[in-house]
Design a protein around this ligand. Structure first.
Ligand code: GLU
Length: 314
């Protein structure tokens, strides 16, 4: 009898196939985290430092009465909360520790208006579920990381902006033919980040989906590539970034099924900071910085620069 066909050998071969697939996926994700392409392919386009705008640092001494800003002035730098695993939005280079993406550019242009050049901004990764606590505890001065403005969150934190509007969508394996929108999620394993609005929406409006929550979307994408989940759901802007990094493996499908206006999170009672950030955002939208920043970052995942949304001063 051919040894290759014994049940034991078949099981070992199947095991080896699974292991090599998992290893390939792990390598792919390591490359993703590093902002590189699949092994053997050139790295896909990412934010190029040379293409990024620089922002005029303002004398902000006239902005008084913000306890957050006073504390930042005292320590000599801003601490800004962000994401580190969202391509084109907020991504940390693991080798250099440098953060890049549209959210990071928004943080930098606003920092410049508050009197802080980019080398006086320290970014700190905060997961979706921990943003309100981080702002309440003073761990960060403000937060820029695909953070949807909504009334529930406004009970806990303040929001400047919005500076962009996204919508909930779905990411699936490239060869998937059964999922075209949220109504196809019945009985399917769907992954999202705990504490996010997309997670909450699946839980309340699509209860027949098997919802799985991780701290980060990159953990969800990891599980999608290895086939442990059927779909990842969050804002299209985030999903387009993952798909653009590995277009042979993943695709974004279906209509947008929510509206997610992105705001800059601030400590709830610091209305001086909120208003200063709104003024600064307005100026950077008018002087072209916003558009340049978009084109050098999120625009690389295939979206044309939209008109920035109306700022909501409340
Ligand atoms: N914009 C959504 C939210 O704020 C999803 C993205 C995220 O988790 O950062 O919950």
């Amino acid at each position: 009898m051919n040894r290759e066909t014994t049940p034991g050998a078949r099981a070992r071969k199947a095991g080896a196939r699974v292991r090599s697939r998992v290893l390939a996926a792990a390598l792919l994700l390591t490359a993703l985290a590093a902002g590189c392409g699949k092994a053997g392919t050139p790295p896909p386009k990412g934010p190029q430092p040379s293409a990024l705008p620089s922002y005029q640092v303002q004398d902000a001494s006239a902005i008084t009465g913000s306890s957050t800003l006073d504390a930042a002035r005292g320590r000599g730098h801003l601490v800004v909360g962000a994401k580190e695993d969202q391509p084109y939005l907020g991504q940390k280079n693991p080798a250099t520790g440098v953060y890049a993406g549209f959210d990071i550019e928004i943080a930098k242009m606003l920092g410049a208006s508050l009197g802080f050049p980019p080398d006086k901004i320290q970014f700190k990764t905060i997961a979706s579920a921990n943003r309100e606590t981080a702002l309440q505890n003073g761990q960060v001065d403000y937060y820029v990381g695909t953070y949807t403005i909504n009334d529930n969150r406004k009970k806990l934190v303040g929001f400047a902006g919005p500076y962009f509007v996204a919508g909930q969508s779905l990411l699936v394996q490239k060869n998937n033919t059964s999922i075209h929108g949220p109504d196809d999620l019945k009985g399917k394993k769907v992954c999202s980040a705990a504490g996010s609005t997309p997670y909450q929406r699946i839980k309340s409006q699509y209860p027949q989906a098997k919802l799985i929550g991780y701290d980060t979307y990159s953990a969800c994408v990891d599980n999608l590539i290895t086939g442990q989940v059927d779909a990842v759901t969050t804002d299209n802007a985030i999903l387009l970034g993952y798909a653009a990094k590995v277009p042979d493996e993943l695709k974004v499908v279906g209509p947008l099924f929510s509206t997610e206006p992105y705001g800059i999170g601030v400590p709830k009672n610091d209305t001086v900071l909120r208003s200063a950030l709104n003024d600064a955002l307005e100026q950077h939208e008018q002087n072209g910085d916003w558009k340049k920043a978009f084109e050098a970052t999120l625009g690389l995942s295939g979206e044309a620069a939209p008109t920035p949304p109306q700022i909501n001063r409340y």
